[in-house]
Write a protein that binds this ligand. Sequence first.
Ligand code: AMP
Ligand code: MG
Length: 408
Amino acid sequence: MSSALIPLEKALDFLLKTVKENSEVIDVALPDALGCVLAASQRAGFDVPDFDNSAMDGYAVNTRDTVASACRLPVSQIIAAGHNGTPLQAGTAARIFTGAPIPEGTDAVVIQENTRADNDHVEIMVLPVVGENIRLKGHDIEKDSEVLQAGHRMRPQDLGMLASLGIARVKVKRRLKVAIINTGDEVIPPGQALAPGQIYDSNSFTLEGLLKGMGLDVIKKGIVDDSLENTEVALAAAAEEADCIITTGGVSVGDEDHVRQAVENLGELGLWKLAIKPGKPFSYGHIRNGDADVPFFGLPGNPVAVFVTFTMLVRPYLLKTQGCRSLAAPSVRIKAGFKIAKPASRLEFIRVRLETDDNGEQTLDAFGNQGSSIMTSLSWADGLAEIPLGQIVEKGDWLKFIPFRGLL
Ligand code: AMP
Ligand code: MG
């Protein structure tokens, strides 16, 4: 291992080049595709809507018959959604409701609010223009057009859109199974009483949530004490069931840090000191399982460092493995509402919250304690702000803001 700090982009480029894309495709019912990555592009089998229909409740007319304001037309039929009318008799209007097919011979719908009903007649108060309030066949989706590309991760609205095309099942990439192992003699699961010197495991819960939020399956392998033997046993067992293994803790240079040695014994290990803060120690590699190499990521122990290294390196790696098209965490630029006088010693990811100032403009507020063990900073914040190496922050500076919502 070189002692030089490695820039984040370089580390990410390297990792992304090693990705072996998951080729397993499964066919699932539409609701089960939520969070999954489409294995094939989706096309429209027909126009949506499939017929011209009314956008409003009102009266379907032919504009030839509505030339004078306050004209009065007999109502010759009533057309509700789901029912087909008959061709419009010249010189009449059809009572029509939202979503109902436009009858032949009409070219506009006058909204109810612009009419006055008068027994079996209707008075048109505002003259319509051709096409008014008519949703044309195919105006949402044209037949044969590509509506979603392969590599798209399915969101709720995508399920709805495919459903509108009558698609009940889709082919997606099988959800990856990611194993989480947490190390440390001091770490115990919540639900038990703490003995002196112990702490509760928080990392596995944060990681589980992040992974599930990405649409992946999680296998929690529990907490392993600081012993080489037990670490090896846990890693080997994880490699048998998982597509990827993530550990937390035990990768620094302490005598009780056995993850590195265990990975070296069972596969191959790379170790970086990342030029980011928090999250300096980071290891990667694979664990051999028969003929297969199961990717491995050794994250730091400190909870904020876990969050940041997962987000910046592991997340894009896993997305690419799933064949996802967009890999980077979504970001926007927002002005800082705070200042930091000391130049950033590495690329820093600070925990920030969105505030609205007196002018209604959004600004970022920074959590007071930016230590890498401060879990509350993550819970308090709405996202991370990136501070480039060597930069100070003045109030009003534009910062890259990575909202937590975009990670799910
Ligand atoms: P390590 O890299 O193992 O030296 O851990 C660095 C710091 O992270 C230590 O203070 C650990 O107690 C803490 N830590 C390690 N694992 C966890 C965990 N699963 N949950 C919360 N904190 C942890
Ligand atoms: Mg430890």
